[in-house]
Design a protein around this ligand. Structure first.
Ligand code: TPP
Ligand code: MG
Length: 436
C-alpha cells in the first residue's frame, strides 16, 4: 500500500524558514496568477489524504548535525539592508588568511567573467553564434569563490550555465570565446558551444545540457577520488530547477550509502527557465532540506558576498574531504538576464523592479569592490584598471574567435570516443578514469 507523507506543519518549519530568509534577500516576486492557484490546490488534497492514512512509524531522527548547520547559516546582504547587522565573514579563518593579492585576484576573475559574457552577448545578438547562450551574469561570486577553494585535487562539474566556472578555474578566454563561435580553436573544438566548456586538466568536467545530468557524473568523480584514496572532494553544481529531477534524489541516496566526498551546490537563482521557485517546488523554505530524507547534511548561505560564500563552502568542502561524506549547500544567487538570450520573456515572469533591486543592492562585483575599498586593499583607479584589462581581454578574445577557422568537416567524426581517437592505454584497457 502506498504511504502518504504529510508536509511539515507551519510551526515545525520555523527554524528553516528563518534560515532561508537569512539566505535570500526579500525581493518581491511577481508570480503569474493561474499557476499560483494550481499550486494551492495540490497540498490541500494531500493533507486530506493524510487524515485517513495509517500513521507510519518512523525511527526517531537524530538531528544535531543538521540543526547545527542551520543555526550557523549566515545572514546575507538582505540582513544588511534591513537591520544593518550583517555577519562579518571576513574574520572567518578561511578569509582572514587571504592576502591583498588574493582578494584583488577574485575581483579580477569576477570582472573577467562579466566582460567575457557581455562581449559574447554582443556577438550573439549579431547572429554570429549558433545554439544557446546561457549567461551567468549576477552569479559570478559563486564560481570564483569555489575555484578559490579548490586544492588541486578537487573536481568540479556543472550544468549548461558554465562559462563562469570555466574561466574561474583558469580556462583562457580565447578558446572559450572561440567555442561560442563554433570555431575549431574552441575548447571543445567548436563542437560543444556555450553549454560544453570542458577542461579536465583544470579539474573542470563541464558543461552539461541535461538538467540534473551532471549530478550523477559528479558522484562518479567523488567515487573515483575515494577509490583512488585522493584527499579531494567533488563539487557538483545544480540549479533550483534541477533538484526536481528524480536523479538528484537517487544521487543523495547513493552518496550517503557510499560515503562519497561530494558537495552538491544548489545555485538557487530563483528561476528555472520562466518558472519561479514558488511555482516549481512544493517545499519552498529550503531546497537543500530535501537532503534530510537521505541522512545527508545540508546548509544554506547567501552567495552575493564572496566572504560568506567562501566561509560556508570552504567548511563543507573540507568536511567532505576529511570525513568522506556528502553535503548539500544551497546558495542564494540571482541571474540578471533571461534563462538564455533567447528568453524573450525574461522581464515578464519577474518584474523589472525585482531585477533592478538585485542589480543595485546585491551585485556580487559591486559588493566586493566596496569591501576591498573599505579594507583599503585597492583604489577606485585600481578597480578601473582591472576592469579595462578585462574588457580588452574579452574584446581580443572575440577578435581571435572571429579570425579562427571553422572545424574541418572530417573532424565531426573525431573525439566521439577520446580514448579510441588518441589510442591511449585507457582506450585499450577500458580504464577511462583519470587515466591521463
Ligand atoms: C532533462 C531536461 N529537462 C528539461 C530541460 C529543459 N531545460 C533546460 S534549462 C531548464 C531549467 C533549469 O533551471 P535551473 O536548474 O534552476 O538552472 P538555471 O537555468 O537557473 O541555472 C530546463 C527545464 C533539459 N535541458 N533537460
Ligand atoms: Mg535556477
Amino acid at each position: 500500500m502506498a504511504r502518504i507523507l504529510s508536509l511539515p506543519s507551519k510551526s515545525k518549519k520555523s527554524p528553516k524558514t528563518a534560515a532561508k530568509k537569512a539566505a535570500r534577500p526579500s525581493v518581491t516576486r511577481s508570480v503569474a496568477k493561474k499557476p499560483a492557484k494550481a499550486v494551492k490546490k495540490a497540498p490541500a488534497k494531500a493533507t486530506k489524504a493524510v487524515k485517513v492514512a495509517k500513521p507510519v512509524k518512523l525511527a526517531p531522527v537524530k538531528k544535531p548535525a543538521k540543526a547545527k548547520a542551520i543555526a550557523s547559516a549566515p545572514a546575507s546582504p538582505s540582513a544588511t539592508s534591513s537591520a544593518g547587522s550583517r555577519k562579518d565573514f571576513s574574520k572567518d579563518p578561511i578569509n582572514s588568511s587571504l592576502k591583498p593579492a588574493d582578494k584583488i585576484g577574485f575581483l579580477r576573475e569576477m570582472l573577467r567573467i562579466r566582460r567575457f559574457e557581455q562581449q559574447a552577448l554582443k556577438y550573439y545578438n549579431q547572429g554570429l553564434m549558433g545554439g544557446f547562450l546561457h549567461l551567468y551574469i549576477g552569479q559570478e561570486s559563486v564560481a570564483v569563490g569555489t575555484a578559490s577553494l579548490m586544492n588541486g585535487k578537487d573536481e568540479i562539474i556543472t550544468a549548461y550555465r558554465d562559462h563562469g566556472h570555466g574561466l574561474a578555474v583558469g580556462m583562457e578566454m580565447n578558446p572559450c570565446m572561440a567555442e561560442l563561435f563554433g570555431k575549431g580553436t574552441g575548447c571543445s573544438k567548436g563542437k560543444g558551444g556555450s553549454m560544453h566548456f570542458f577542461a579536465p586538466d583544470k579539474h573542470y568536467w563541464g558543461g552539461h545540457g541535461i538538467v540534473g545530468g551532471q549530478a550523477p557524473l559528479g558522484m562518479g568523480l567523488a567515487f573515483a577520488l575515494k577509490y583512488k584514496g585522493i584527499k579531494g572532494c567533488a563539487v557538483a553544481f545544480l540549479g533550483d530547477g534541477a533538484v526536481n529531477q528524480g536523479v538528484f534524489s537517487e544521487c543523495l541516496n547513493m552518496a550517503a550509502l557510499f560515503d562519497l566526498p561530494i558537495v552538491f551546490v544548489i545555485e538557487n537563482n530563483g528561476y528555472s527557465m520562466g518558472t519561479s521557485l514558488e511555482r516549481s517546488s512544493a517545499i519552498r523554505h529550503s531546497l537543500a532540506s530535501r537532503a534530510e530524507g537521505f541522512d545527508v547534511d545540508w546548509s544554506l548561505c547567501g552567495g552575493f558576498d564572496l566572504y560568506e560564500l567562501r566561509a560556508n563552502l570552504g567548511a563543507v568542502m573540507e568536511k567532505a574531504r576529511s570525513k568522506s561524506r556528502p553535503h548539500v549547500l544551497e546558495v542564494a544567487t540571482y541571474r540578471y538576464y533571461g534563462h538564455s538570450v533567447a528568453d524573450a520573456n525574461a522581464k515578464k515572469y519577474r518584474s523589472p523592479e525585482e531585477i533592478e533591486r538585485y542589480k543595485t543592492e546585491f551585485d556580487p562585483i559591486t559588493l566586493w569592490e566596496k569591501q576591498l575599498l573599505k579594507e583599503k586593499v585597492i583604489t577606485e583607479a585600481g578597480i578601473e584598471k582591472i576592469d579595462s584589462e578585462a574588457k580588452a581581454e574579452a574584446a581580443a578574445a572575440a577578435e581571435f574567435a572571429i579570425a579562427s577557422p571553422w572545424p574541418s568537416e572530417e573532424s565531426i567524426f573525431e573525439d566521439i570516443y577520446h580514448e579510441v581517437d588518441h589510442k591511449t592505454e585507457a582506450g585499450q584497457t577500458g580504464r577511462h578514469f583519470f587515466s591521463e
